[in-house]
Design a protein around this ligand. Structure first.
Ligand code: UP5
Ligand code: MG
Length: 198
């Protein structure tokens, strides 16, 4: 596919900020395809015969960013599959939890397509921690435990916030306070995106 055929919004925010929750609502109300980089990595980790299974498992447990070649390829393939399966009808993508390191951001925009904007969910660490520990009781996610959460927060501050700052300098960030209830956060999202969502 060519960059001119697709619209991409990056959805960023710390671990547990509510990216997935808000993307699900946007998909429900508007014609987006939701692609979570974390979900694609977890699926690849479990795919029989994947050469990256163990690597992904180790990186996720330690809250580290999987080498970008793996993630960019998974995203690009998923975008291509979506476009093919829908015979071109679906061409608007919410790319959730990506890019979270500068090299990924530059690579993706160079070889796949530039993002229209960056939707950034801003949430205090204490609230994100509370949500993740609560979810960890039932999620089965290998990284929803106190130690992995600490590592994820550290990676977010040191590696992923510089990506948000980079886009902020380019005036491409739409920032939403993610502390309130999911309903309220969604209402703010719709309000701030009204020119984009139509
Ligand atoms: N919840 C949601 N909104 C709420 C609200 N407003 N009020 C109260 N509760 C709320 O929500 C998290 C929990 O909070 C849920 O229980 C929800 O009900 C509740 P969710 O919507 O899942 O938040 P989200 O921001 O999506 O949190 P997630 O845990 O998915 O964030 P991460 O960014 O940590 O996870 P992700 O799957 O994106 O990445 C996991 C790992 O994959 C990374 O740590 C990294 O190791 C790897 N990765 C890469 O290497 N490269 C990438 O490009 C991407 C990921
Ligand atoms: Mg998520």
């Amino acid at each position: 596919f060519s960059p001119s055929e697709v619209t991409v919004l990056f959805v960023l925010g710390g671990p547990g900020a509510g990216k997935g929750t808000q993307c699900a609502r946007l998909v429900n109300d508007y014609h987006f395809k939701h692609l979570s980089a974390g979900d694609l990595l977890r699926a690849e980790q479990n795919r029989p015969g994947s050469q990256y299974g163990q690597l992904i498992k180790d990186y996720i447990k330690d809250g580290l960013i999987v080498p970008m070649e793996v993630t960019v390829a998974l995203l690009e393939n998923a975008m291509r599959d979506t476009i093919t399966e829908s015979k071109g009808a679906t061409n608007k993508f919410l790319i959730d939890g990506f890019p979270r390191k500068m090299d990924q951001a530059l690579k993706f925009e160079e070889i796949v397509c530039p993002a229209k904007l960056v939707l950034f969910y801003d949430c205090p660490e204490a609230e994100m921690e509370r949500r993740l520990l609560e979810r960890g009781k039932t999620s089965g996610r290998a990284d929803d435990n106190a130690e992995s959460i600490r590592k994820r927060f550290r990676t977010f501050v040191e590696t992923s916030m510089p990506v948000v700052d980079h886009y902020e300098k380019e005036n491409r960030v739409v920032k939403v306070d993610a502390t309130a209830t999911p309903d309220k956060v969604y209402a703010t999202t719709q309000e701030k995106l009204k020119n984009v969502l139509g």
